[in-house]
Design a protein around this ligand. Structure first.
Ligand SMILES: NC(=O)c1ccc[n+]([C@@H]2O[C@H](COP(=O)([O-])OP(=O)(O)OC[C@H]3O[C@@H](n4cnc5c(N)ncnc54)[C@H](OP(=O)(O)O)[C@@H]3O)[C@@H](O)[C@H]2O)c1
Length: 372
């Protein structure tokens, strides 16, 4: 079935007004309820952090989901779903000759991989949704909207994904997807820090989990320092909305810029854990001196000066206008803690981000000596 015929059929089923306006009815977010037409959805990378939330949301809406991955991550998560085993690196054979209503490309980091899958599936799907990132932007000292300048890489054949190449490679991934898929069938979503249950980075998690231990606790910058996240379930809802309502285009996915601060995070963390900490607010200068600024030791926070001073101010307005709903960050933290408490002792004693207790004690002593 060609995508043109599929589009025609879908337009008839969804109603031409909704499709033409491109403005969805919001389902499950307090808005008008929508009955979803059951679709066949292929998820490239449905078993990591974001993927399972998208898979569950798709199933909740009554869609059929097929997974494609290598079988290395959480491979017992969805025993009842069809899983096509393969590697995006020259291993797409299992996808040949098949068609889906929509593809959620959630594991594209290397431009060649995205090109290969988008080319193979272009005529075999109605919609291709690529999960990109706000790391695509060229300058993090400014307020970035979707039309801001994008990062570049000198050698476009590089395929090694590192902290330095990640953003520019995602730009190329977006371009390769756009070269293969018509713009009215392509959705590119650029999330900021994705937070919630299943997060294996522990960047947001560190703050409420550390707060729960009480005592003196380092907090960086000032309570008014702006930060920004996107709840993983809000992102999953928007991703599925883009499929169900035919939302095309490029969208940052982030909470409203400038509204959430380190002080709010402290307050929320104390409220949901029922613990009061003794916050030790260290200055940005001190954070820089101790290589804490922009580090995994004090995650999510970005100093108001320096290369990342604009992080926390991405515009998510286009996505909100198209239906993105952001829940309160406190709810994200609460859901996260419920998940965290079900993790193994080994997992809980090996956080991937945040200060170790020893380092925190050392830093607090150094800070007190500094301001004495
Ligand atoms: N986490 C964040 O805060 C964040 C923020 C912005 C954007 N993003 C974007 O969101 C997407 C998902 O991130 P995530 O953190 O959920 O990723 P993740 O946890 O690492 O999950 C990756 C998924 O892709 C599959 N996969 C990875 N490499 C593959 C390959 N070569 N061939 C086939 N399948 C492969 C994995 O399964 P197997 O290992 O079994 O193959 C897994 O299902 C990424 O595109 C990322 O750039 C994430």
């Amino acid at each position: 079935m060609t995508h043109n015929r599929r589009q025609f059929i879908k337009a008839g089923v969804l109603g031409s007004a909704a499709v033409a306006a491109g403005v969805p009815e919001i389902a499950g977010a307090g808005g008008k309820r929508t009955e979803f037409k059951p679709l066949d959805i292929l998820v490239l990378g449905g078993t990591g952090f974001l993927g399972p939330h998208m898979v569950r949301e798709a199933l909740r809406r009554g869609h059929n989901v097929t997974l494609f991955n290598r079988g290395r991550s959480n491979n017992t998560l969805f025993p009842d779903l069809e899983t096509i085993k393969g590697d995006r690196d020259n291993g797409l054979d299992g996808l040949k000759g098949r068609s889906w209503d929509a593809v959620l490309d959630n594991s594209g980091y290397v431009p060649r991989h995205v090109q290969d899958s988008a080319r193979l599936l272009a005529d075999n799907c109605d919609r291709y949704v690529f999960t990109s990132t706000v790391s695509v932007y060229a300058d993090y000292t400014v307020h970035n909207t979707e039309s801001s300048p994008l990062a570049t890489i000198a050698d476009e054949t590089v395929e090694e994904v590192t902290g330095e190449t990640y953003g520019a490679l995602k730009v190329l991934c977006e371009k390769r997807a756009a070269a293969e898929i018509d713009s009215d069938r392509l959705t590119i979503i650029r999330p900021t820090y994705v937070c919630g249950p299943g997060d294996h980075t522990d960047r947001f998690s560190y703050w409420p989990i550390r707060t729960r231990k009480g005592g003196e606790m380092i907090w960086p910058g000032s309570p008014s320092a702006v930060i920004q996240i996107i709840d993983v379930n809000d992102l999953a809802n928007f991703t599925l909305d883009s499929v169900d309502h035919g939302i095309s285009g490029v969208f940052n996915a982030a909470d409203p810029a400038g509204e959430f601060t380190m002080g709010d995070l402290l307050e929320d963390s104390q409220a949901i854990t029922g613990t009061t900490v003794d916050p030790v607010w260290i200055s940005e200068e001190f954070a820089y001196e101790h290589e804490l600024a922009g580090s995994r030791e004090l995650p999510i926070w970005a100093p108001s000066t320096g290369a990342n001073s604009g992080a926390g101010t991405y515009s998510g307005e286009a996505a909100r206008a198209a239906g993105l709903h952001n829940r309160p960050e406190r709810e994200t933290a609460r859901n996260l803690l419920s998940w965290w408490d079900c993790q193994s002792d080994e997992r809980q004693t090996n956080m991937k981000a945040g200060l170790s207790r020893e380092r925190e004690v050392e830093l607090i002593e150094a800070w007190k000596a500094r301001i004495a």
